[in-house]
Write a protein that binds this ligand. Structure first.
Ligand code: HEM
Ligand SMILES: *[C@@H]1O[C@H](CO)[C@@H](O)[C@H](O)[C@H]1NC(C)=O
Ligand SMILES: *[C@@H]1O[C@H](CO)[C@@H](O)[C@H](O)[C@H]1NC(C)=O
Ligand SMILES: *[C@@H]1O[C@H](CO)[C@@H](O)[C@H](O)[C@H]1NC(C)=O
Length: 488
């Protein structure tokens, strides 16, 4: 009995000591913010794990209360100041990612979760050129093919007079495109009966589990000990086919293909790197699918939703597309399509609302302290920012919650672009953005040229992210963007 009291007392004392240290003796003690958030990680745990991805919204409220700099945990500072963040996160800087935050995404082998700047640089170099606009342009006919395949599904629904879930359809276009580009073969989710419904719930589970593991990382070794047989049963169908696909590129014959897929690139370039290379390849592949699917699908859904909200926008968009007479077949002139000013404004405004990654992006400056006004943040302390907070700042974007493509058609809109960062900032900016742009331009142009689209009762709440878990997820019972269609 006595031993328990002693143990319990010891733990309690230790905890109290830690809290006292965080509140009064930590080098971050003077940074404004809630005392509770500063004293224990349980505060963030509550919002991220118990409430499932709600900390971003809470951080927003803390900024309203405490100003542009807030200590959001015992260890981390968040800044809401677009000018400062754009400067501090920009590409010449050799910033690290915050390992604790990122390690749960895709494992240590994936580029996205690589902590150290130099390791990241060498990993990213292996596929950087492969995702450049010029190289991705050769892939445009495949994107057109996927969008046309989706068009057939839409026609079918139009004939049947049945509503269609565009969120699912867009997610499938995105998944099939990115897998066709990065892997030896496409996931072909447009062929699936449920249009990726299962994949979506699997992805949600993945992000929820990742968020939880961030706090319960000490359990990871236990999970690794789980027998393969049980583990495989937990995987969803698409996850299993993903692993199967990756296994197939282990066969040398595939490397002889005319267009090496992205993974071949990484493979041939990285033979020299130590470690279990196959495992790393798997993690890179997983990352491309995860990073390229929900983000692109979400941007397309949100953009479509707002086009449907406003008949004038839909009319102007369609008129511009018809007047331009750009072929939407294999011979599509993607440069001219991207040159259409109203289409571009609609897509840019869509990305302002979609902000692919709704959560904060934490970085670490290891080499020196960072000064923000009167506050000094010591070297090594993670500093994070959230793009959405810039995108919805009325100082930068008047009436931020109104979808107004024309804000991008003003003489001074170049200045605004600086504050738009749906793809992140700096050396860690999204390398898939050109692929994503081509997909979005082609899909929006194709759909609004060929169909009359009507919203079938979808509200903002069905779409807007309610849970920021790395990727944005709407409320749990959302049916996504439901539309009715008519062929034009
Ligand atoms: C509209 C679509 C997309 C949006 C909004 C988006 C957004 C982002 C953002 C914000 C980041 C930075 C994350 C961070 O700083 O932690 C990122 C990274 C990344 N994205 Fe995307 N993304 C999109 C599409 C894609 C596609 C299609 C691919 C696949 C080719 C892709 C692959 C990646 C990868 C590999 C990274 C990690 C880069 C690195 O750490 O160096 N993304 N994306
Ligand atoms: C770290 O912060 C200092 C001070 O703000 C800045 O001068 C330096 O460029 C930063 N280093 C990196 C790698 O961003
Ligand atoms: C882009 O659009 C402008 C007018 O908006 C036009 O003068 C120019 O020729 C176009 N460029 C291409 C490559 O289509
Ligand atoms: C949704 O579509 C169905 C079938 O076309 C139609 O009966 C219903 O009225 C539509 N609902 C809304 C809210 O548009």
């Amino acid at each position: 009995m006595f031993i328990f009291v002693l143990l319990f007392g010891g733990v309690a004392l230790w905890q109290a000591g830690t809290v006292i240290y965080h509140l009064w003796f930590s080098s971050l003690a003077k940074i404004p913010g809630s005392k509770l958030a500063a004293s224990t990680l349980l505060y963030e745990f509550y919002y991220e794990v118990i409430c499932s991805g709600k900390y971003t919204r809470q951080i927003e409220r803390m900024h309203e209360k405490y100003g542009p700099i807030v200590r959001i945990s015992p260890y981390e500072v968040h800044i809401k100041d677009a000018d400062f963040c754009v400067e501090a996160f920009s590409s010449v800087k050799k910033l690290d990612k915050y390992g604790w935050w990122y390690r749960v995404f895709g494992g240590p082998g994936a580029t996205v979760s690589t902590e150290h700047h130099d390791v990241h640089k060498s990993r990213r170099a292996t596929f950087k050129n492969f995702l450049s606009p010029v190289v991705v342009r050769d892939f445009v006919p495949t994107i057109v093919e996927k969008v046309k395949q989706a068009g057939l599904i839409m026609s079918h629904h139009a004939h049947m007079g049945k509503p269609l879930c565009m969120s699912n359809l867009y997610r499938c276009i995105a998944a099939d495109t990115v897998s066709a580009y990065a892997l030896p073969a496409s996931l072909n989710m447009l062929d699936s009966d449920d249009l990726g419904e299962e994949f979506q719930s699997g992805l949600r589970l993945f992000f929820e589990a990742a968020t939880t593991m961030r706090f319960l990382g000490f359990l990871q070794p236990l999970m690794m000990m789980m027998p393969d047989l049980i583990f495989k049963r937990l995987l969803t169908g698409p996850a299993r086919s993903l692993i199967k696909l990756i296994r197939t590129i282990q066969k040398p014959a595939d490397i002889e293909k005319s267009r090496p897929c992205l993974l071949d690139r990484i493979k041939t370039n990285n033979y020299r790197e130590n470690g279990d290379f196959r495992e790393r390849l798997l993690q890179e592949a997983e990352q491309f699918i995860v990073a390229g699917t929900e983000t692109t699908g979400y941007a397309l859904s949100v953009t479509t939703f707002y086009i449907l909200q406003n008949a004038d926008i839909q009319k102007m968009l369609r008129q511009e597309l018809i007047d331009a007479e750009i072929s939407l077949n294999d011979d599509i002139d993607i440069i001219s399509l991207q040159n259409l000013s109203y289409l571009s404004a609609v897509i840019t405004e869509g990305l302002r609302f979609a902000h692919g990654v709704g959560s904060r992006l934490p970085r670490v400056n290891k080499s020196s302290d960072v000064q923000y006004h009167q506050w000094r943040i010591p070297a090594g302390v993670p500093i994070s920012m959230t793009s959405r907070l810039h995108h919805e700042d009325p100082q930068l974007f008047p009436e931020p919650l109104t979808f107004r493509p024309d804000r991008w058609l003003q003489p001074d809109s170049k200045r605004l672009r600086k504050y738009l960062s749906p793809f992140g900032l700096g050396s860690r900016i999204c390398p898939g953005m050109h692929l994503a742009f081509y997909e979005i331009y082609i899909a929006i142009a194709y759909i609004f040229t060929h169909f009359d689209v009507d919203n079938n009762g979808t509200t903002k709440d069905d779409l807007i992210s309610a849970h920021d878990l790395g990727a944005p997820f709407p409320k749990r019972d959302s049916k996504g963007l439901q539309v009715t269609l008519q062929l034009r």
